[in-house]
Design a protein around this ligand. Structure first.
Ligand SMILES: [Zn+2]
Length: 399
């Protein structure tokens, strides 16, 4: 019997000290690479007792080899990462490094490499039937390009894991589902002409919002035309509008495409409490999304690899990832948040106002609602017209 879930244990990754060094030297907390975020996220499933379940098997995160990184990244970029990671400082914005979002800090090459090794192992374990699901919470660095860091991402674990899988199973089809609030631009770019990787990204798109791509018209090129799907959503999109898009676009595409494996970049940053984005999702939608992914995977007999992605309110991100671990592995959560975890968050200066897993229902205000629904409806219609016939979704259902 395969394990229900392989969960990547970040003990070695968390033992690196580069993020602490960075905070000490600069007096700044990077929104992604900071101790409070990393520790609170990993401590919650642990303190909630999820790891004691026999349905979850822990496997250590591991560094990727140079050869593995080279599957996608440029050798000179990898060398620069290693060089700067050793020195812990740089004075060059070349390669997109040394920016506010992608600072140069000690061991950053290792921080970037652990998720890659883990994503490859996750993909292979699921492909080989060792587990139905594998999850790497600190993965999902979907913005990194061949020789450019962007949006907290240095190495693209998603692309490398998918490419590695494509090498071994060239005939198989991968569904890359990206529900992070930011467009999955790096991954889309890597497979833009590949019909064996269907990328679907739901994300916020608004003036000045990072990375600024992901319009419905970006549908792929050559043989890959129709296999890049983008569902941009306006600020203030709530559970109802998001779910409409998910149900009408993601579900039928998944069913029509019949993937052999699904790679899910979750992204806890579409939640209304996220400080870097403007969507209004609640835990309910994450719960529903996880359940739907699990059920569609079960129906289609395909495995699921899940990676955490963004999420810049550490308390919310921790809750979302734990909720999804519990759901995908079929383990029950305790009725309330563990007291020792709340204490740990307070020590890191993270405020917790509610002791439960859920949050208040949020609804956009009446004055915005019709406008947002109209924009979302138009997007859904456009995506259906552009890609449904190519993927072979039978009922177009365009009103
Ligand atoms: Zn994001």
């Amino acid at each position: 019997m395969p394990d229900s879930m392989i969960l990547f244990d970040p003990t070695d990754f968390l033992a690196l000290e580069g993020v602490d060094d960075y905070e000490r030297l600069t007096g700044q907390r990077n929104p992604f690479w900071n101790r409070a975020r990393l520790e609170s996220i990993w401590s919650l499933p642990k303190m909630a007792g999820l790891l004691e379940s026999s349905s979850i098997r822990l496997q250590p995160m591991r560094l990727a080899t140079r050869e593995e990184l080279g599957i996608f990244h440029d050798p000179s970029y990898i060398e620069t990462m290693e060089l700067f990671g050793n020195m812990g400082s740089a004075f060059s914005a070349r390669f997109g490094l040394d920016t506010e979002e992608c600072p140069v800090f000690l061991e950053m090459d290792k921080y970037a490499s652990y998720p890659v090794g883990s994503a490859i192992d996750a993909m292979m374990a699921v492909a080989e039937g060792k587990a139905k699901t594998a999850m790497s919470i600190f993965g999902g660095l979907h913005h990194a390009l061949e020789s450019k860091a962007a949006g907290f991402c240095y190495y693209n674990d998603c692309v490398i894991a998918l490419k590695k899988y494509r090498e071994k199973y060239p005939e198989n089809k991968i569904l890359y589902l990206d529900t992070d609030v930011h467009h999955g631009d790096g991954t889309q770019h890597a497979f833009y002409n590949d019909p064996n990787v269907l990328t679907i990204s739901t994300h916020e798109l608004s003036m000045g919002f990072f990375p600024g791509t992901g319009r419905p018209e970006e549908i792929g090129i050559g043989d890959g035309k129709g296999y890049s799907v983008n569902v941009p959503l306006p600020p203030l999109t709530d559970d109802f509008a998001f779910w409409k898009a998910f149900e009408e676009v993601v579900v039928p595409l998944w069913l029509a495409y019949r993937p052999d494996i699904v790679f899910w970049e979750i992204g806890a940053d579409a939640h209304y409490g996220d400080p870097l984005a403007d969507l209004m999702l609640t835990m309910d939608t994450y719960q529903r999304m996880s359940r739907t992914v699990r059920q569609l995977a079960y129906l289609g007999e395909c495995g699921v690899v899940a990676v955490g992605g963004g999420g810049y309110n550490p308390v919310i991100a921790s809750k979302i990832f734990s909720l999804i671990i519990a759901d995908l592995a079929g383990v029950a959560l305790p009725p309330s948040l563990p007291a020792d975890w709340i204490e740990l968050c307070r020590e890191f200066g993270l405020g917790i106002h509610r002791g439960g897993w859920t949050d208040r229902p949020v609804k956009m205000s009446c004055e915005h609602e019709p406008k947002i629904m109209r924009v979302v409806d138009e997007t859904i219609k456009k995506v259906k017209e552009l890609v449904f016939p190519i993927i072979g979704v039978e009922s177009l259902d365009v009103e």
